[in-house]
Write a protein that binds this ligand. Structure first.
Ligand SMILES: *[C@@H]1O[C@H](CO)[C@@H](O)[C@H](O)[C@H]1NC(C)=O
Ligand SMILES: *[C@@H]1O[C@H](CO)[C@@H](O)[C@H](O)[C@H]1NC(C)=O
Ligand SMILES: *[C@@H]1O[C@H](CO)[C@@H](O)[C@H](O)[C@H]1NC(C)=O
Length: 286
């Protein structure tokens, strides 16, 4: 009897493992490479260090894109480029244009060819869309990720990594649903907000969920990051990330707190907590 059960289990195991797995389209985050999505503010070195480490260390090439800031021009220290160098990065290049025709040229994208890291600085995320969406630059940035590199960014540089572009309005950053709604979608079907607690933005994402049912909202506070790889999203840094998935979770157990109706639900994760973007569940609490 025991042997029969064992044989049956083995047969099931073999049959299951023989099922074709097409992982390529299944991940919410990138199949290859890593994202470091940062909620803005002054950043501890540990956050930028993580980007350097994931890019492959001091000898790797990092391209810094300050375009969201909206300055007339930038020097080679813009948007944390000087911090990456101070931490030991030997090849850091600031890359910028507001002109999509320029962004569409082979000449402009040269610094991205050998880069294993890309960093988007803060500002207004729609500027990144206007300059780079649909251009060769957007393709080459994506290629860095596909080749196993890292894309990081803070504030606007966080939101742009989402699929629905939160706070993409050209008139005001107080509108969470604006006139630019498509981000670079390194995480699919996700909207990303930033500065969330410092600016008391924690109710705003609920409007995005109403507007785009089924979307997953992630709102990150300052000096805090979410590291995404495939379906794994791990929080690190000084503060919290808020998850809006229509459910509720608590470190003390799901029924430990008074909670509002489903349209008003969100919950907080801290350093070391891991959320599965595919299952839409907390899979590790630190
Ligand atoms: C898909 O993922 C499974 C489990 O992680 C792995 O064993 C398998 O090799 C992957 N398949 C492809 C085609 O990458
Ligand atoms: C990278 O450079 C920094 C700053 O010079 C240095 O402290 C660190 O040890 C270097 N890392 C490695 C792995 O060599
Ligand atoms: C990229 O790296 C290769 C091999 O090291 C080198 O030959 C090439 O010149 C580099 N290209 C750029 C644009 O830096």
């Amino acid at each position: 009897m025991a042997r029969f059960i064992l044989q049956t289990l083995l047969a099931i195991a073999v049959a299951t493992s023989a099922l074709p797995t097409d992982n390529s389209t299944n991940f919410v985050g990138p199949e290859n490479g890593n994202l470091v999505i940062v909620g803005g503010g002054s950043l501890d070195d540990s956050i930028l260090q993580k980007v350097i480490d994931l890019a492959g260390g001091n000898d790797s090439s990092i391209v810094v894109i300050p375009t969201a800031q909206g300055d007339p021009s930038y020097d080679q220290n813009a948007a944390n480029a000087d911090d990456f160098r101070r931490l030991g990065s030997k090849s850091v290049t600031v890359l910028h244009t507001y002109d999509p025709e320029v962004a569409n040229t082979e000449e402009f994208v040269q610094p991205l060819v050998n880069a294993t890291g890309v960093w988007f600085g803060g500002g207004r995320q729609w500027r990144l869309v206007d300059a780079y969406a649909g251009t060769l630059t957007e393709q080459k940035i994506r290629a860095v990720l596909d080749a196993g590199g890292v894309i990081g960014g803070s504030s606007a540089g966080a939101s742009i990594q989402g699929d629905f572009l939160a706070r993409g309005d050209t008139k005001s950053n107080s509108l969470i649903i604006g006139d630019h709604q498509q981000g670079f979608a390194y995480v699919k079907n996700v909207a990303i907000d930033q500065h969330v607690l410092v600016r008391n933005r924690h109710f705003d994402m609920l409007n995005v969920l109403k507007y785009k049912p089924g979307i997953l909202g992630i709102a990150i506070n300052e000096n805090t990051a979410v590291h995404v790889s495939q379906n794994t999203a791990e929080v690190f840094g000084a503060s919290y990330a808020i998850i809006y998935d229509g459910t509720y979770w608590s470190r003390d157990g799901d029924d430990a707190n008074q909670i509002p109706d489903p349209s008003g639900l969100f919950y907080f994760l801290r350093q070391g907590d891991i959320y599965d973007l595919g299952l839409r569940k907390v899979v590790h609490a630190s």
